[in-house]
Design a protein around this ligand. Structure first.
Ligand SMILES: *[C@@H]1O[C@H](CO)[C@@H](O)[C@H](O)[C@H]1NC(C)=O
Ligand SMILES: *[C@@H]1O[C@H](CO)[C@@H](O)[C@H](O)[C@H]1NC(C)=O
Ligand SMILES: *[C@@H]1O[C@H](CO)[C@@H](O)[C@H](O)[C@H]1NC(C)=O
Ligand SMILES: *[C@@H]1O[C@H](CO)[C@@H](O)[C@H](O)[C@H]1NC(C)=O
Ligand SMILES: *[C@@H]1O[C@H](CO)[C@@H](O)[C@H](O)[C@H]1NC(C)=O
Length: 666
């Protein structure tokens, strides 16, 4: 070897040596075994050490650091599938206390100037958290439990779409093949941890796998979520990492990273990755340092306890309020007031458990007004805005036979509706139990006319058409003068936003559900009329539409009344508790009208306007026998039975033949 070739030789050696360390190719595939000489875009406290270690945060508190691949990915040029593999390490300042975490991030921009550190992980802030316009996907490795984001613990991985409230999350565990069991993998151990994130566009599946260093890629994903990234990602995006510290700090490091949009991410050369600065052993500390850190721990402990106390107090009354709700100001109640009104939603004040939730009696602290507060559990944010708009507008509905909706409040997963209090509670208690006195025919007839006029008002006379969808005795409340007031109107709309129309759209109660509704899932004025028909019959006959204990020909109320009519004995179906004290004309009108309204063919049913005219005797009921008036009961029963459990709230429970659950109040 001559002296002139020697430098060239070294250069080649040097290049070969350098190549695996930092070798960034194109936007579709790159790999960094350490980050020396890389052109990553860094900001915040992020820096690259001479040995190639990428440090996203140091132990400065309330700080964030970012490192992004500097080239935009053109996501319109090919499919959205990607695969990435990286190794991170987290070295906490105070052993066993993490603060806060890091996130693999796919973002439309590399600038995070507006983002906050701490629980916002340097990617979002309190104003934009949760907005669809963020177009952000993050896989978070979170080492602090932030209850405001529903964090499950202080060592979890989560998939975040536009929000730090994770779509799904899991405690960080891995399956140890040697020990044949799942083991917790503490992220703040300071040891390197491997992560694989794979997205398959064909299956819309995002998989996250985690394992300690030296373990192979696990077969089972820690998180596996179906998600369509196409509406989330824009045509060009950046990929990278964000990390943040809070009141407690952790140094977050990335040792190596590979990424690919054309197949599996390449493996890293684990033995060549830069090493992480060793954590100092506390015993090496000087006694002064030790005293200082003990004081720090004590002080932060005090703050934590104080924080928890504050948090628990706040959490008790915590509610959700969004910008768009401002216009509904007067209709909005504070959760704290409702909590106080109902004495903490104690069972003692429970008025009933109904299709949509529990109803509590309360007295508003300021006005001393008696109210009924309905707690509707509702997790989805979807449709909430429309629904609140609707209930707010319903608050303006003024009809003497509609229970007045005074306002609402919202908490996480819960909607609270505040109604006028009805001292006599629901009609079913008068009709079907001995809890309440018997109602005379005149009282019953007045209730029927009142409810009919309320439905007419909802269908035709108010500024927009409101379908009730669950007309039945238990949804009719009686005021102090035993006037019928229809409650729960429009509430069914809240469940209108499910994905599967076959299973989630139909709301109602078996026996009151029109046959076409079970087929089409589409509620109409006519399906409400059907429910009203059943209601007419139950008030006249004093029994429920389906009575499993009755003799076979009497099980289904509609069939029984129809058969009795055919045999010229329709009055025999009237409620025996009336003891024959009724006007036969009115009784036979109500029974026949009940049959007409429950006609199997929607087109044969009258409108609510006609119903009101018949009841007011302003029009004459057509005196013809109702061919095909029987209801396809089996179809309805089968249908309701097949409705999934999430739907149980409204009607599946009614499919059970047990008396107590056959009908649910309110
Ligand atoms: C963290 O990094 C920033 C920016 O490099 C620096 O100003 C700060 O002093 C560092 N903090 C600690 C505790 O080393
Ligand atoms: C992305 O790729 C497509 C097809 O190759 C091209 O038409 C488009 O201009 C590219 N977009 C950007 C932002 O580079
Ligand atoms: C889950 O992700 C979707 C986007 O696919 C988003 O619209 C939805 O709000 C997320 N759900 C939760 C609970 O965060
Ligand atoms: C490990 O956890 C997975 C779910 O993450 C579970 O399906 C599996 O049964 C667990 N295995 C053992 C041995 O506990
Ligand atoms: C998307 O691209 C990847 C990599 O090129 C490929 O393996 C995968 O089959 C593609 N998927 C679809 C649904 O086209």
């Amino acid at each position: 070897m001559t002296t002139t070739t020697l430098p060239v030789y070294f250069l080649i050696i040097f290049c070969i040596y350098l190549k695996p360390q930092a070798m960034a190719q194109d936007e579709n595939q790159f790999i960094y075994n350490g980050f020396q000489g890389s052109s990553l875009h860094l900001d915040g406290v992020a820096e690259i050490h001479p040995n190639g270690l990428l440090q996203l945060t140091n132990t400065s508190n309330q700080a964030a650091g970012h490192a992004f691949f500097p080239v935009r990915l053109n996501t319109s040029s090919q499919n959205l599938s990607f695969s990435t593999y990286f190794v991170f390490a987290m070295v906490p300042e105070i052993p066993s206390l993490g603060g806060h975490g890091l996130a693999f991030t796919v973002s439309p921009a590399m600038s995070f100037a507006q983002a906050l550190p701490s629980m916002y992980l340097g990617i979002l802030n309190s104003a934009n958290n949760g907005r669809d316009s963020n177009h952000l996907l993050a896989v978070e490795f979170d080492t602090a439990k932030s209850p405001e984001f529903n964090d499950i613990n202080d060592n979890h991985v989560g998939i975040d779409v536009n929000s730090l409230i994770s779509n799904t999350s899991a405690p960080v565990t891995y399956y140890s093949t040697s020990e044949k069991m799942n083991k917790t993998l503490p992220m703040i151990s300071g040891k390197p941890i491997q992560v694989w994130i794979d997205y398959d566009e064909g299956e819309n599946l995002l998989n996250v796998r985690v394992a300690p260093i030296k373990s192979p890629k696990p077969e089972r994903s820690l998180l596996s979520t179906r998600i369509d990234l196409s509406p989330i990602l824009l045509d060009s995006m950046y990929v990278g990492f964000s990390a943040a510290t809070g009141a407690i700090a952790t140094s977050h490091y990335i040792l190596g990273w590979s990424f690919s949009r054309i197949g599996q991410a390449q493996s890293l050369e684990l033995s060549n990755l830069p090493s992480v600065p060793r954590k100092r052993n506390p015993s090496e500390k000087t006694s002064l340092e030790l005293t200082i850190s003990l004081i720090t721990v004590a002080v932060s402990l005090i703050f934590t306890v104080a924080g928890i106390i504050y948090y628990v107090r706040r959490k008790k009354y915590e509610e959700i309020r969004e910008d768009w709700e401002q216009e509904y100001g007067p209709r909005r109640f504070s959760y704290k007031d409702l909590y106080k009104a109902t004495k903490g939603f104690k069972d003692k004040g429970l008025l009933g458990t109904g299709g949509f939730g529990k109803v509590y009696k309360g007295v508003l602290p300021s006005s001393k007004e008696q109210v009924a507060v309905k707690k509707v559990s509702h997790d989805s944010k979807q449709g909430m805005k429309e629904f609140v708009a609707e209930i707010a507008s319903m608050g303006r509905i003024g009809h003497r036979n509609l229970v007045k909706l005074l306002g609402y409040s919202r908490r996480k997963g819960e909607l609270l509706l505040v109604y006028e209090y009805m001292p006599n509670e629901s009609l079913d208690k008068f009709l079907f139990t001995n809890e309440k006195p018997n109602l005379s025919w005149a009282q019953r007839y007045r209730i029927l006319r009142g409810v009919a006029s309320a439905l007419l008002y909802l269908h035709e006379e108010w500024e927009q058409v409101v379908l009730h969808r669950d007309v039945k005795a238990s949804n009719v409340l009686l005021d102090a003068d035993l006037n019928g007031q229809l409650g729960d109107f429009g509430l069914a709309r809240l469940y209108d936003h499910g994905e599967n129309p076959q299973t989630t759209h139909v709301v109602g109660t078996i026996g009151y559900i029109a046959p076409e509704l079970t087929r089409t899932g589409k509620a109409t004025k006519s399906t409400d009329v059907f429910g009203f028909g059943t209601f007419l019959l139950e008030v006249a006959c004093g029994r429920r539409p389906i009575e499993p204990q009755a003799s076979p020909e009497e099980i289904f109320l509609v069939d029984w009344v129809l058969e009795s009519w055919k045999q010229g004995a329709i009055l025999e179906t009237s409620d025996p508790r009336l003891g024959g004290y009724y006007s036969s004309d009115e009784m036979s009108l109500v029974l026949k009208l009940g049959l007409l309204c429950s006609h199997a063919k929607a087109a044969s049913r009258p409108s609510m306007r006609q119903v009101v005219q018949y009841l007011d005797e302003a029009a004459l009921l057509p005196e013809r026998l109702l061919d095909g008036a029987t209801v396809d009961h089996e179809a309805s029963v089968e249908f309701v039975m097949s409705v999934p459990s999430s739907f149980e709230k409204s009607s599946a429970g009614s499919a059970s033949s047990s008396e107590s659950t056959l009908y649910r109040g309110r």
